[in-house]
Design a protein around this ligand. Structure first.
Ligand SMILES: NC(=O)C1=CN([C@@H]2O[C@H](COP(=O)(O)OP(=O)(O)OC[C@H]3O[C@@H](n4cnc5c(N)ncnc54)[C@H](O)[C@@H]3O)[C@@H](O)[C@H]2O)C=CC1
Ligand SMILES: O=C(O)[C@H]1O[C@H](OP(=O)(O)OP(=O)(O)OC[C@H]2O[C@@H](n3ccc(=O)[nH]c3=O)[C@H](O)[C@@H]2O)[C@H](O)[C@@H](O)[C@@H]1O
Length: 431
């Protein structure tokens, strides 16, 4: 099957490379010429474990990238994996999706035969039916459900484990208005996965599919905020929130995942998706109190981390090490990383900030060009009067004598990764 993927970012590149690996011919369309050149040269444009090997095998071969939308006419199905950022008021900004839908419409205007357009991006309920489908219709002069089909197929992969998550998903959600051709084409696209892993395919309507994505992310974000809330209580009473989490996680109704309390959730999706669905609900007249509280708890965690540092260190004029800049390990993505409010808070206190991350320092240097970036955790800790741990990179778990080179070995751990030991003044955020 010939598949096209519009947008070659975290999701687009991952799914394009994986589709190629599943045996499909793939055309990837992006407006960024550097990204297109990288993919054709066999280089993944983003840092994602397992992606480089796939792009190096298929890039420029079974996976071809281009800036030319017209190429999608030659394909059977087009996945839209374009960004859906937020507006200043927190609501979803669908303008890039709208532009993409129009371009796809123009491209298939001349096509004979059926084409399937699949909304992979995260969009609030109603977006596909009310906005995107009419735009494809207007630009193509064709009728949805007759000349072309539209499906909503949200993506649940996580950064850092994107390839594995995509290749072995818990579920595949397909939202259509019952168009059999759309369902058949998507079944063919995903057949290798479904057969290999016996993946449940959840068929539903387009709005339901859109909402499932927000419910999934909202639930997970709220789960982390709830364990953070519980963790903050634990800290007040000298209780170890990780022991509490381990025990409650044994209850199948709770489950052991997403119970790691600490400095909170960041990334490109939980923050923008909770915000978008909250705003969408408010616009409809409903005040989503639980999700609002999840966001509020999350916003407070970085300041709680810094308050713990304040208890031990006068940050003003002191060298303070920030360990970890990516929003989670395994990625160079710093979007909404908790490191951002932490660095801001340290600078407000007049600290001399020295930061280290194995892969994300370059990204953070664009945001904070005037702080120091160390080549290693050891170099960041050397001479520092305090250290805060923001990302749970494995390598931080092996740090030991590096702390002895600190001016004062004060460590505030926001991710439960550093080993507590004698000689270190150690504060866990929720333990
Ligand atoms: N990042 C993630 O882990 C996940 C993201 N999602 C959703 O997937 C969507 C895409 O997210 P990301 O891949 O993170 O975005 P991204 O920002 O990493 O990548 C978007 C790509 O689209 C390209 N682009 C922008 N405008 C374009 C246009 N008009 N035509 C063609 N290409 C264009 C950009 O150059 C960029 O390469 C969002 O809706 C997001 O919420 C869903 C699941 C996971
Ligand atoms: O829509 C999306 O983009 C994606 O958002 C999340 O994936 P992602 O943001 O890549 O990463 P997660 O592993 O979910 O972590 C998100 C944040 O929560 C934090 N987190 C996670 C788990 C936990 O127990 N504690 C915790 O603080 C992480 O450190 C990170 O900052 C979802 O897990 C994916 O299913 C979804 O597809």
């Amino acid at each position: 099957m010939h598949v096209s993927v519009v947008g070659s970012g975290y999701v687009g590149t991952t799914i394009a490379a994986c589709f190629a690996d599943l045996g499909h011919e793939v055309t990837s369309v992006d407006i960024d010429e550097d990204i297109v050149a990288a993919v054709n040269d066999g280089d993944a444009p983003i840092h994602e474990p397992g992606l480089d090997p796939l792009v190096s095998v298929y890039g420029g071969d079974r996976l071809r990238a281009t800036t030319d939308y017209d190429t999608i006419r030659e394909t059977d199905v087009t996945f839209l994996a374009l960004p859906t950022p937020k507006n200043d008021d927190g609501s979803i900004d669908t303008s890039i999706m709208e532009a993409g839908a129009e371009s796809v419409g123009e491209a298939i205007a001349e096509k004979d035969g059926y084409h399937l357009v699949v909304v992979k991006s995260t969009v609030v309920p109603g977006t596909t039916e009310d906005t995107l489908t009419p735009l494809v219709e207007a630009a193509s002069g064709k009728t949805a459900g007759e000349d072309f089909g539209v499906a909503v197929n949200p993506e649940f992969l996580r950064e850092g484990t994107a390839v594995d998550d995509f290749m072995e998903p818990d579920k595949i959600v397909v939202g259509t208005d019952g168009d059999g051709r759309a369902l058949d084409l998507l079944a063919e696209v995903y057949e290798p996965l479904v057969l290999q892993w016996d993946v449940p395919v959840f068929e539903t309507g387009p709005r339901e599919a859109e909402m499932i994505k927000y419910a999934n992310n909202g639930f997970l974000a709220a789960k982390v905020s709830l364990i953070n809330d519980i963790g903050n209580i634990c800290k007040e009473f000298g209780v170890d929130a990780y022991e509490v989490a381990e025990a409650i996680g044994l209850d199948d109704r709770i489950g052991e995942q997403f119970l790691r309390s600490g400095v909170g959730w960041g990334g490109s999706c939980f923050p923008k998706d909770t915000s978008a669905i909250i705003q969408h609900a408010r616009d409809a007249g409903y005040d989503p109190r639980m999700l609002e509280a999840a966001v509020e708890v999350n916003e407070r965690q970085p300041e709680r981390l810094l308050s713990l540092l304040d208890e031990h260190v006068e940050a003003e004029g002191d060298r303070i090490a920030v360990l970890g800049l990516a929003f989670k390990p395994g990625t160079d993505d710093i979007r909404n990383s908790r490191a951002i409010p932490v660095i801001e808070g340290l600078r407000e206190r007049g600290a001399e900030v020295v930061a280290y991350d194995p892969v994300a320092a370059g990204e953070m240097a664009e945001r904070f060009p005037d702080i120091e970036y160390a080549e290693s955790a050891a170099a960041a800790l050397d001479g520092a009067s305090g250290a805060v741990v923001v990302t749970d990179w494995d390598e931080f778990g092996t740090l030991d004598e590096e702390f002895d080179a600190m001016e004062e070995a004060v460590v505030v751990d926001g991710r439960r990764i550093v080993e507590r030991r004698e000689g270190i003044t150690y504060e866990g955020l929720t333990w």
